[in-house]
Design a protein around this ligand. Sequence first.
Ligand code: SAM
Length: 477
Amino acid sequence: MSSNERPSIPPLFLDRMSRFLGEEFPAFLSALEEEPVGGLRVNTLKLSMEEFQKISPFPLGSSVPWAPSAFVLPPSLPSTGNHPYHLAGLYYLQDPSAMSAATLLDPKPGDRVLDLAAAPGGKTTHLAALMQGRGLLVANEIKDKRVGHLAMNVERWGAGNVVVTNETPERLADHFGPYFDRVLVDAPCSGEGMFRKDMGARLDWSPEMVTGCAVRQQNILRLAAKLVRPGGWLLYSTCTFAPEEDEEVIIGLLEEFPGYTVAPLPYHPGFMRGQPDWMERKHDHRRAETLTGAVRLFPHRLRGEGHFVCALRRMVEKASLQERQPQGPWRASGMVEMDRGQVKLWEAFLQDMLAVDFPESRLRVRGDRLYFTPEEIPEFGNFRVVHPGVWFGNFKKERFEPAHPLALFLRKGQAKRTLPLAADGNELARYLRGETLLSDGPAGWTLITVAGWPLGWGKRVQGVMKNHYPRGWQVYS
Ligand code: SAM
């Protein structure tokens, strides 16, 4: 293989797929030769589809049938991820097939939802939008190295109902028990559905990897099952086609937890039903047949890369258990109410700077930081809570200083002092690189906006706008 040649698709994988797909295999094989399909999901917490269509800097393709807030993107668009609208959290880039999971879990505003394997946050941001910022969404990521990226994507999205944790599924299950209305397990997998866009996935794949992933998935799903309240929902998804990691994992759960049943998913054109016949091991026929309620997404059948999604319902064992678990007060990691001095500083900032109010019941302090927390917050014990809500800012001796996530949480028109910059202008590029700008106008904190959408903070002092765009977010292009 020369340096600019793509690694070939593992022949053993192709043999397996040819056995599974039969006469559909040639179409699958030729789809694997095509370019991957990209998707753009609009942040409906910030603007509507119609509003986005009016300002979209890119041509948008057809809408995604199973994700009403998303569009398919035409191939080879340059730097969609560095556009200021992306930095303002107006959209998320995601494989259209991956958008099926959040829509099929169908969370409602006010639900308690857990996204157990959440980084980098594709499904979390989608769930948050579907919940309209209401209720509680716990986004968990086990890997220290990946959780920062997740928190950043959540902050950019500007959702007020998300808590990001960095925990193991074991600790979550031990601590919470059957607390959540809906749990998503978007499991780590062998990534066969990534073969068109991630050459590393082609190189890493082996039959042993499939077997190893299946064991890990079974363990994660077993723990996730303990976190769902009776009457609640568990959604399992992967971006792989291997039945060992898909149908076999589900049937393993059904055998171990008879309180769960497969809930048949809505069927969109191009979806394939779950395939009990692809499993190698023999299982109870009636139970195996319920797996047809799952769905499989393939690149030769629709515009997307590939996914497996299965919804499970936890049956209600006793009428009394149908009720939600009661919750204790909010004491996580030393979060407390503002003291009187802090209330004064916050109110002074609010009056000077913002044209919006926030319920004090949702404002909590940790150290010198002020957070806007979800409507309902459980006791997190000694968990690693990376993002306990939207970080609004810090209390200094005599003043309150706003933080970057507050800027991204604000909507159009909610700040009294703004500096609007043109999306394609030189000044905006300089702001995003962290440079100061010359700018006449009233002194003090100023919200930098693009097309009216908040991007970050600046502080004007004697005609100079000091740059408060955080170093880790800066863009050099
Ligand atoms: N849901 C994410 C999204 O849509 O952006 C993608 C999640 S990715 C497919 C799977 C995640 O599971 C990874 O972030 C990985 O670090 C995490 N993971 C790996 N091992 C795990 C384990 N034993 N328990 C829980 N999560 C694990």
